[in-house]
Write a protein that binds this ligand. Structure first.
Ligand code: PMP
Length: 289
């Protein structure tokens, strides 16, 4: 496997970063998770926009232009002969002396990995996924805005450990006001009376590319209305369906929360329609969007 690192494609074994990189020392940096389907990179421009916005908000000046990064992503996918890839695009703060100041690091380190991912077992897509509600809330916007996709994922990792300890793969995270926010690596939707409801980004969540795709493309194509509205855990239990979205997860139905079976225990009909529409739109015969 070839990894793109600071302008060169190198073998995986030689793709290394310095122990003085502030990405390692302090989790200082930003990243994107992107998919390629049949050689076409899904929503690449949207991911680049988000990467640049994340970089700007942590005052990280990119070393490469947006077009150079786009080219690096395309080159890495092509070099690995992997038409169906999960791409990890990472920009760390770069090498500097010990100490938190990011301004001592003259050059960020840019990395592109084109690998594969199977986030959740296949059967969970058919049968639905059990989740828990994490006790740990999502980090508040005033502390570290979750709309910045930074290398600081410990808040999510600790909630993920709660999920794994409970024997499930994912945890719903609330914000510090007790409202449903998102999951450790996915956004959340509920279906109520035939409409989709999802928390607004100012509830303190990452504005997921897949979330937007559901809201702006898949739901309208199926004639399903979408509403952004804050809601609480009680609303999840009275909803008709619950599903999660993410670049790695795609669209997956939730059928159990905190051990309690939800609805009739099967993936709901609207979730199934959205999953099918998603597949159709990323298939190799679909027109490029
Ligand atoms: N929320 C969090 C915390 C995430 O890390 C992710 C991405 N893994 C998402 C939501 C989903 O975003 P996207 O659809 O852009 O992958």
């Amino acid at each position: 496997m070839k990894i793109w690192i600071d302008g060169a494609l190198v073998d995986k074994e030689h793709a290394t970063v310095s122990v003085y990189d502030h990405g390692i020392l302090y989790g200082d940096g930003v990243f994107e998770g992107i998919r390629a389907y049949s050689g076409r990179i899904f929503k690449l421009q949207t991911h680049l926009d988000r990467l640049l916005a994340s970089a700007k908000s942590i005052r990280l000046t990119m070393h490469y232009t947006e077009r150079e990064i786009e080219q690096a992503v395309r080159e890495t996918v092509a070099a690995n002969g992997s038409p169906d890839a999960y791409i990890r695009l990472v920009v760390t703060r770069g090498v500097g002396p010990l100490g938190l100041s990011p301004f001592t690091c003259p050059r960020p380190c840019t990395i592109v990995i084109a690998d594969r991912i199977q986030l959740y077992p296949k059967e969970l897509y058919e049968n639905g996924m059990p989740v828990i509600v994490a006790r740990r809330p999502r980090i508040p916007v005033e502390c570290l805005d979750p709309s910045v996709k930074s290398l600081n994922y410990l808040n999510n990792i600790l909630a993920k450990i709660e999920a794994i300890d409970a024997g499930v793969h994912e945890a719903i995270m609330l914000n510090t006001d007790g409202e449903v926010c998102e999951c450790t690596g996915d956004n959340i939707f509920l279906v109520m009376g035939g409409r989709l409801v999802t928390p607004p980004t100012n509830a303190g969540l990452l504005d997921g590319v897949t979330r937007r795709f559901v809201m702006d493309t898949l739901a309208p194509a199926l004639g399903i209305a979408v509403e952004e509205r804050r809601f609480r855990i009680e609303d999840l239990f009275t909803a008709d369906e619950v599903f999660l979205t993410g670049t790695a997860a795609e669209v997956i139905g939730v059928t159990r929360i905190d051990g309690e079976q939800f609805g009739d225990g099967a993936v709901g009909p609207i979730t199934l329609q959205l999953m099918a529409e998603f597949r159709r739109r990323v298939s190799k015969d679909a027109p490029e969007d």
